[in-house]
Design a protein around this ligand. Structure first.
Ligand code: ADP
Ligand code: ZN
Ligand code: ZN
Length: 728
């Protein structure tokens, strides 16, 4: 029953894992609250920050039962615009996720907290004429203040420019303002100061022209360009155009694609500092970036996944670089695809979105094929460099040392002798992936996961790469007591050691999550590589992404075989993407490149297509297979994932869940154990829902979710819906 109240009712999103909003009455005193505004509300015995996402005149609860907002922490300011609010609403409906978690995911961490506040608009500090006079006089005893004046004498200064001059800069600054030597003014948006780039090649020109034609409407563009074909140049030309007419632009890059090199390139060409944001920044920095975006002062934002939700009042272009990259999908909590949400956001704004990659995801590939996206191909390397040559080594015929065949070792030696650089790729860190007993077959496994422990030799531990458990290395076999423990298989740490012994005079740099842990470490290593001269690079997929190492002429792919016959139907697509990306590191400059692929399956059909006919043909083949098998992108899927300490609880919940699945075109399958059934001590299973049409799937899911909440067995497990899942 509904009762009507005279005052407005606020629908508030709270950061709790419940698929509902909470109704409150406005605070006793003050102004009318607005949509998108933060509120402090009582919730149970606590006070919580929430966001107003709806305002109505009625509630299902009687008015006397509704609590009141305690206060509005940001006065009249909002944290969500009408546009971002609409986007988030779409997200929680599409992904069937708790609204509060979706909304809070979009806020910078400090604004999720009770004591966080929207910062004042950033200002510049400038010298007054009196300040100039003072600066011309001898410093006397106010040396710290003079240093600030000197900084401002070079031009209007930001707080971060002043901060470096003294730890007590804020005090000095207030003194300067008191004396009227300095005044502040709201910062003006950065001025565009373009340094012209190279003359575009025909392919680039055609892409730029076509995209420029549709700047005032929503359209999806797939910029499908081989590595080094000049995709970034295309982005730059589009950005120039959009920024010149006063628009804002958003460039999303994968987790490890966001390097200082990339940001430098945009700064140099556009003549101002892009605003950068990612989860590695401090909370203060993230809030600052958010505020700059919201005020419109940030003309260009470069960021990872989470930047997608930044408020940007003049947003006119969204670019997703390396659109196929797995890090664009958030894999825990609110599971969303930044690519799909970016397309949705562009549609809502009626602006274009550009998806760039050398290896389109099958989703984007088939959208381009069906002409829903415009397809712009760049098939030439922009610098004139030729594409690398492939050489496949059949491992059955090879003598091996530490994972590398004799033939590959010879090629490495020859390349180094010529003073060139070699990249050895293996997507497995640590020394060895398995430790086993030669006598009884025991092997070291994680107690909390279905996974082997990896031997990290230099750190003297066995580590689980899934839950971070660490275990002492046993001296003897814990099962039979034999002194017969040995390592099996190789990781990057072992390759480093083996290659270091084989090529003692060559500098060797290892790139993986163990060696590149500190901020700036990647940059330091890559500067060393770029300094030139023969060297060996050993690393994981960290090395595969978009980096330009001009002197690398040989790439050795140690092993990708596990992807060729994986149970995961996406493994093959990912393998192809990774292979092409890694190979793209070879011969990017004047010298021609070669890629050696070691495999036990040189006759694998997909592998042959990829090597002989290229990625587009490879993607076409996989697409045909998926079509036949009715797999995505030719069907639509969602998972009901569940986990608990006890397997019985998970099974009981999923069995009940399956029984209450609404009837209709979409079908439910399972329960199935997750690929890794046990992880961090929890047992994980799922139900798979699949349909040929998206609306059908969603209608049934919506109905189902309502029922799932009411299942008694749901209380003993964790569960989440994963729409368009990427792993199983
Ligand atoms: P991608 O992003 O496709 O990997 P980049 O835009 O980084 O390619 O371009 C690769 C290299 O080619 C860069 O060094 C870039 O400066 C250069 N480049 C790009 N376009 C041109 C062009 N039209 N003429 C000359 N050099 C170019
Ligand atoms: Zn044993
Ligand atoms: Zn583990």
């Amino acid at each position: 029953m509904q009762s009507f109240t005279v005052q407005p009712v606020l629908n508030v999103a709270l950061p709790v894992p419940l698929r509902q909003l909470f109704d409150y009455l406005p605070a006793e005193a003050g102004f009318d609250p607005q949509l998108g505004q933060r509120v402090l509300v009582p919730f149970g015995r606590r006070k919580m920050i929430g966001v107003v996402v709806g305002i109505t005149d009625k509630s299902e609860l009687p008015a006397e039962k509704l609590a009141r907002v305690i206060e509005y922490p940001d006065d009249q300011q909002t944290v969500l615009s009408a546009e971002t609010l609409a986007l988030l609403k779409w997200c929680w409906r599409y992904y069937k996720h708790a609204p509060g978690e979706v909304v809070f995911n979009a806020l910078p961490p400090l604004l999720r907290k009770v004591n966080g506040a929207i910062p004042a608009p950033p200002v510049h500090y400038c010298l007054t004429p009196a300040g100039q006079v003072r600066l011309a006089e001898p410093p006397g005893r106010i040396k710290a203040q003079i240093r600030l004046l000197q900084q401002m004498a070079t031009g209007p200064a930001t707080e971060s420019q002043l901060r470096v001059h003294s730890p007590t800069w804020r005090k000095s600054l207030s003194r300067l303002i008191e004396q009227q030597w300095v005044y502040s003014k709201t910062r003006a948006p950065a001025r565009l100061d373009i340094t012209p780039g190279p003359q575009l090649l025909d392919e680039q020109r055609r892409a730029v022209d076509a995209i420029k034609l549709s700047l005032d409407e929503f359209h999806c563009h797939l910029l499908d360009g081989i590595t080094g074909s000049g995709k970034t140049e295309v982005y730059l030309q589009l950005l120039e155009k959009v920024l010149a007419r006063g628009g804002q632009a958003l460039l999303l890059v994968p987790e490890i694609g966001l390097t200082p090199q990339l940001v430098n390139r945009f700064r140099k060409r556009l003549g101002f500092e892009p605003v950068v944001t990612h989860s590695g920044l401090s909370e203060g920095q993230r809030l600052q970036a958010w505020a700059l975006a919201k005020s419109g002062l940030a003309r260009l934002v470069i960021g990872t996944r989470s930047a997608l939700f930044l408020p940007m009042p003049d947003l006119q272009l969204i670019i997703l670089d390396e659109e196929h990259d797995a890090s664009f999908k958030q894999q825990d909590g609110f599971r969303y695809s930044s690519r799909d949400v970016a397309v949705k956001r562009a549609a809502g704004l009626n602006v274009p979105v550009v998806l760039g990659t050398a290896t389109p995801s099958l989703e984007s590939y088939s959208n381009a094929k069906s002409k829903r996206y415009s397809w712009h191909r760049l098939r030439q390397r922009a610098t004139g460099a030729v594409e690398p040559r492939w050489r496949v080594l059949d491992l059955i015929q090879q003598r091996m040392t530490g994972g590398i065949s004799a033939t590959a070792m010879e090629a490495i030696g020859e390349t180094l002798d010529k003073g060139q650089q070699v990249l050895v790729f293996l997507n497995r860190r640590g020394y060895a992936p398995v430790i086993l007993c030669h006598d009884c077959g025991w092997h070291a496994a994680c107690r909390r996961c279905d996974a082997n422990l990896t031997w990290h030799r230099a750190r003297h531990v066995l580590l689980c790469h899934h839950c971070d458990s660490r275990v002492q290395i046993p001296v003897m076999c814990p099962e039979c007591g034999a002194d017969a423990l040995q390592a099996a298989g190789e990781g990057t740490e072992q390759l480093e050691q083996m290659l270091g012994t084989a090529f003692p005079d060559t500098p060797l740099l290892r790139f993986d999550r163990d060696t590149v842990r500190k901020k700036g470490e990647f940059q330091r290593l890559s500067t060393q590589v770029k300094a030139g001269g023969s060297c060996l690079l050993v690393g994981t997929q960290m090395l595969a992404k978009g980096h330009h190492f001009p002197e690398v002429t040989l790439v050795v792919i140690v092993n990708l075989d596990q992807s060729l016959y994986s149970a995961d139907f996406r493994a093959l697509e990912r393998m192809g993407q990774l292979m092409v990306q890694v190979a793209g590191r070879a011969g990017r400059d004047q010298l021609p490149g070669e890629v050696i692929l070691q495999t036990h399956y040189p006759q694998h059909e997909s592998l042959l297509t990829l090597l002989d006919s290229g990625y587009e043909a490879f993607a076409g083949d996989i697409c045909a297979d998926r079509h036949t098998a009715c797999l995505p992108p030719f069907s639509f899927q969602a998972l009901l994932r569940s986990d608990a300490h006890e397997k019985d609880d998970v099974r009981a919940f999923l069995d009940q869940a399956r029984r209450c699945f609404p009837s209709g075109e979409a079908r439910v399958y399972g329960p199935f154990p997750a690929m890794m059934e046990r992880r961090s001590g929890r047992t994980r299973w799922y139900l798979l829902v699949q349909a040929d049409r998206r609306p059908v799937l969603h209608r049934q899911l919506d109905e189902w979710v309502m029922k799932l909440h009411k299942l008694p067995s749901a209380r003993k497990v964790r569960w989440v819906i994963d729409v368009d899942p990427q792993d199983y």
